[in-house]
Write a protein that binds this ligand. Structure first.
Ligand SMILES: [Zn+2]
Length: 65
């Protein structure tokens, strides 16, 4: 085993399409893929709301430092 893999490890594959990531787009190959990931992330947060509020919401706030 040699440790010559520094270069290949520096370029990670885009998590969206699997292409090489580009400098300036973080882990992504292009702004398009970055936007796709951002969209997925936002959907995870802004899920279609149900009518039931989280029961422990206030308790959580009190736990803040
Ligand atoms: Zn991509």
């Amino acid at each position: 085993m040699t440790e010559d893999d520094g270069e290949t490890q520096a370029r990670r594959a885009c998590p969206i399409c699997g292409k090489k990531s580009a400098p300036g787009f973080g882990a992504f190959c292009s702004k398009r893929c970055a936007d796709i990931d951002l969209g997925r992330w936002l959907k995870g947060i802004y899920r279609v709301p149900t009518n039931e509020p989280p029961a422990d919401y206030e308790a959580d706030e009190n736990n803040e430092r």
